[in-house]
Each structure stands twice: as structure tokens, then as C-alpha cells.
Design a protein around this ligand. Structure first.
Ligand code: SME
Length: 154
């Protein structure tokens, strides 16, 4: 998608999410709402969801939309763990080229994973989005999604 068009779509989404967030202070409800909007409004989002860090250090699936996914991700492996360990968004144009990529569904071709932080800046999970087309994500997605994620924490 063209950069400007993508940015406009994210802006509309941000405004919509902002309005909806006022209705709940529950973070899980907020994540589910953001997730549903992203999945249905953005182009070629094949799987959209959160993985959440547990008290014992495991990374387990949270609210998501799309095909059934891995419930737990092997520690320090794959794209989601890379986003947590590197503390930054990770963009993968071709999942087959990413060492250690965890395949939950072979139809996924490209992916973006972003750390989700609480108000103190501590990472408590990741937003992970898979696309069924190659190279679906770029810096615009990384910056716009990072902005959107600030609306989750209360
Ligand atoms: N590919 C991810 C695993 C989660 S699924 O894509 C839904 C990873 O490598 O961390």
C-alpha cells in the first residue's frame, strides 16, 4: 500500500481507537479492541495478536484474530522474542529468511512484532502481525503501530 494511504488509514484507526478506549480501563479489553480493528481495517493482515509475558517468563498468546496460532513461544526464539530482547520493532520481509522464525501457519509470509510497554516503559508483551504477502510491513507500520500501542495502557 502507498505510504500516504497507509498513514491515513492508521490515522483514522488511531482516532477510532482513542474514542473506544475511553469506554474501558481494562487492558485486556483494550488489547482485544485494538486487535480487532487492526485485523479488519488494515490490508493483508492475516494474523493479528498479542503475546504476553507471564510471571514465570513464558510468552503466551493473548487476544488475537486469524487462524489458530501457537499458544506459547519457545524462549528467546523467533520474531516476537527478538522484539522483546532488542526492545524495538522487528520487521521481517520474508519469514523464511529469519533465523529461528516460529511458523504457526505456513501461509504467513511477512511479519512485524512490536514491544508493548506499560506506563513505566516496562515491556509486558508484543503485538505480532503476520501477512500472507511478502514485505507487507515497513517503517510506517512500525511508527504508526508504536503510536497506537500507547493507547492500550491505562
Ligand atoms: N512467527 C512468530 C510466532 C507467532 S505467529 O507468527 C502467530 C515468531 O517467530 O515469534
Amino acid at each position: 500500500m502507498e505510504r500516504n494511504k497507509k498513514q491515513e488509514r492508521y490515522q483514522r484507526l488511531y482516532d477510532q481507537v482513542e474514542g473506544l478506549m475511553a469506554k474501558s480501563k481494562n487492558e485486556l479489553s483494550r488489547m482485544a479492541t485494538v486487535n480487532a480493528l487492526l485485523h479488519h481495517k488494515m490490508k493483508d493482515f492475516f494474523w493479528t495478536g498479542f503475546y504476553l509475558l507471564q510471571k514465570d517468563g513464558r510468552l503466551c498468546v493473548g487476544p488475537y484474530q486469524g487462524p489458530v496460532a501457537c499458544q506459547e513461544l519457545a524462549k528467546n526464539t523467533g520474531v516476537c522474542w527478538a522484539a522483546i530482547n532488542d526492545q524495538r520493532p522487528v520487521i521481517v520481509g520474508d519469514v523464511n529468511q529469519f533465523p529461528g522464525h516460529i511458523t504457526c501457519d505456513s501461509r504467513s509470509k511477512s511479519e512485524i512484532a512490536l514491544p508493548v510497554r506499560d506506563r513505566s516503559g516496562n515491556i509486558f508483551g508484543v503485538l505480532d502481525i503476520d501477512s500472507n504477502v511478502y514485505a507487507n510491513f515497513d517503517d510506517t507500520d512500525a511508527s504508526e503501530l508504536t503510536k497506537l500501542l500507547t493507547l492500550i495502557t491505562v
